[in-house]
Design a protein around this ligand. Structure first.
Ligand code: G3H
Ligand code: 13P
Ligand code: ZN
Length: 317
């Protein structure tokens, strides 16, 4: 059942976080839906511009409509990840999305406000909510390379002014993470003092953490043992810090890289062990099971596992 992102945020705020997982194909959908159903967890399906280009817009909608039918117990929202203005309008007008992210964080503050405000107006008219971003994450976001050295954490006072002026419903904040597999060099921890200050100034307002994959070391080692060449210094967010962040108002936690690592490990190991095989459904089946297992584990770490009865009660369904 597709619900709005705000409905999920209302239930989760300050108690647990909703996992927001990127999707590009049917195998990811199968693992994502079966894992969340097994964990009894609400979730957000995220679609990036890259995914829309890869699979095609009707195909992605078709996959998700089919998943909704195949997993009638699932409760989820559909969200545009890292949208530009045009893609936000397309999604708002499509009638399929629950919420959109307008990513104008590379713009100066005033321009970011101005663009976000325009999206908010259009989205509200159609009942969608809007995530905006303030601050710069390290790493690489679609077409925008942000040098780690210049990555700066979200300024709490600016966050207050931004939310007030733009009217956005949730805010992606830079609190020490970056996209991809190489987030931390040496010390690996979120900027909790920064989140705490932002929450004090914006009580009850849902914050979003991008770049939240945990990049499990075992996964990196298995990929490399099966012929991969990932830099062994790859480090992600400590999975045990996720719930602490959730209690401080981080209500949506974005995870994509970890799913890619599961895919890479499964396929590398499979074709290493069965070099004569060419039926892609065999590793596909293993991937779906392994991805579902990963989702169950992540839902537990987010505190989202077992929350579906609470969500159903709040929604009256
Ligand atoms: O933050 C970006 C997400 O990981 C989506 O990645 O743009 O390659 O689909 P993508
Ligand atoms: P990761 O690269 O850490 O998975 O982050 C994904 C993300 O932020 C999608 O918006
Ligand atoms: Zn992101």
């Amino acid at each position: 059942m597709i619900v709005t992102t705000s409905q999920l945020f209302k239930v989760a705020y300050g108690k647990f976080a909703i996992g927001a997982y990127n999707i590009n194909n049917a195998e990811q959908a199968l693992g994502l839906f079966s894992g969340n159903v097994e964990a009894d967890a609400p979730f957000i399906v995220q679609i990036s511009k890259g995914a829309r280009k890869y699979a095609g817009v009707p195909m992605l909608e078709g996959i998700l409509r089919a998943a909704e039918k195949q997993y009638p117990q699932a409760i989820f929202a559909v969200h545009l990840d890292h949208g530009d203005e045009k893609t936000c309008y397309d999604c708002i007008d499509s009638g399929f999305y629950s919420s959109v992210m307008i990513d104008a964080s590379h713009e100066p503050f005033e321009k970011n406000v101005e663009i976000t405000k325009r999206i908010v107006e259009r989205a509200y008219a159609k009942g969608l909510s809007v995530e905006a971003e303030l601050g710069r994450l390290g790493g690489v976001e679609e077409h925008v390379a942000v040098d780690e050295k210049h990555a700066n954490l979200t300024d709490p006072q600016e966050a207050v002014a931004f939310v007030k002026q733009s009217g956005c419903d949730s805010l992606a904040v830079a609190i020490g993470t970056s996209h991809g597999a190489y987030k931390f060099k040496g010390h690996q921890s979120l900027a909790f003092d920064r989140v705490e200050t932002i929450q004090k100034l914006l009580p009850g307002f849902p914050l979003v953490m991008h770049g939240s994959s945990s990049v499990p070391q075992e996964e990196v080692q298995r990929i490399n043992a099966a012929g991969g060449k990932l830099d062994p210094s790859a480090r992600g967010v400590d999975v045990d810090e996720l719930l602490r962040a959730a209690k401080l108002g981080v209500t949506k936690i974005n995870i994509d890289t970890d799913g890619r690592l599961v895919w890479t490990r499964v396929h590398r190991e499979y074709f290493r062990d069965y070099p004569a095989e060419f039926d892609f459904r065999k590793p596909g089946e293993v991937f779906v099971k392994e991805y579902a297992k990963f989702i169950v584990h992540k839902s537990q770490k987010l505190g989202a596992a077992g929350q579906l009865p609470v969500v159903r009660k709040a929604l009256g369904v």
